[in-house]
Design a protein around this ligand. Structure first.
Ligand SMILES: [Zn+2]
Length: 201
C-alpha cells in the first residue's frame, strides 16, 4: 500500500487516521494553503473522540505522534501537545453534523482573497465552483478561536460543506478526510471557473 495516499472512507484504525492527517497537512502546505503554523485538521474517531492537529506546529511537517485527542467538549484525552485555538470551531461542526467525519481549515490564497474582499463564492460569480461544491457562503468576521466565531458559523454549519470566513480563510467538512480535503481545493475550482469564463468570452 502506498503510504502517501489518503484512502476513501472513515472506517480506519487510529494509526491510519494519524498517518492520513499528516499526509493531508503536507498536501495543504505543498499547495500553499497554509504556511508557518496556520491551518488545522481533525478527524472523528470512535466513542466521540476527535483527533486534532496541535497548535504552534507547521502542519506540513507533522508526525503521527504530534496529534492530540480530545472529546467533543474539547477535554484533552491523549497527546503531549496543546490543541489549536480553532478547536471550538471543529467541535461545533462535529456536534451539529453527525454525518461529518473530518474538518479542515486552511487559507487557500485565492479563496481567502474572496473572503478578504467580503465576497461569497456564489452562483453569479463562479458557476463551476457551485457545480463542484455548492454555494460557499461568507461568514461575518469574528476573531479566530473566540466564541464569537463559533456563533457566526453556527447558522451555516447544517447547510454547507464549505464556508469562507471573512478576512480569514476557509473551512470544509465531509464524510471522510479525502473528500474534506478535496473540498478545500477551492483555489483549483476558482481557477477552473476563471479559465472557463475567459474561454467563453
Ligand atoms: Zn486560520
Amino acid at each position: 500500500m502506498n503510504s502517501d495516499l489518503l484512502l476513501p472512507g472513515s472506517t480506519k484504525s487510529e494509526e491510519q487516521h494519524r498517518r492520513e492527517i499528516c499526509i493531508a497537512g503536507r498536501w495543504m502546505y505543498d499547495r500553499g494553503y497554509i504556511v508557518a503554523c496556520e491551518g488545522n485538521l481533525s478527524v472523528r474517531l470512535d466513542d466521540g473522540r476527535i483527533l486534532n492537529t496541535p497548535t504552534c506546529m507547521n502542519k506540513g511537517m507533522l508526525a503521527p505522534r504530534d496529534l492530540v485527542i480530545t472529546d467533543l467538549e474539547g477535554r484533552h484525552l491523549c497527546g503531549d501537545r496543546k490543541v489549536s485555538s480553532e478547536l471550538a470551531m471543529h467541535l461545533l461542526v462535529y456536534r451539529m453534523r453527525p454525518d461529518v467525519q473530518a474538518v479542515c481549515h486552511a487559507h487557500p490564497p485565492t479563496a481567502t482573497g474572496f473572503a478578504v474582499a467580503g465576497r461569497a463564492l456564489d452562483q453569479a460569480l463562479l458557476p463551476e465552483v457551485i457545480v463542484g461544491l455548492g454555494q460557499v457562503p461568507l461568514v461575518r468576521y469574528a476573531t479566530p478561536g473566540t466564541p464569537e466565531l463559533s456563533a457566526a458559523i453556527e447558522p451555516f454549519v447544517p447547510h454547507y460543506d464549505a464556508l469562507l470566513l471573512a478576512n480569514h480563510g476557509a473551512v470544509t467538512c465531509g464524510p471522510d478526510l479525502l473528500i474534506t480535503l478535496t473540498r478545500s481545493e477551492l483555489d483549483a475550482l476558482i481557477d477552473e471557473a476563471v479559465r472557463k469564463d475567459r474561454a467563453r468570452r
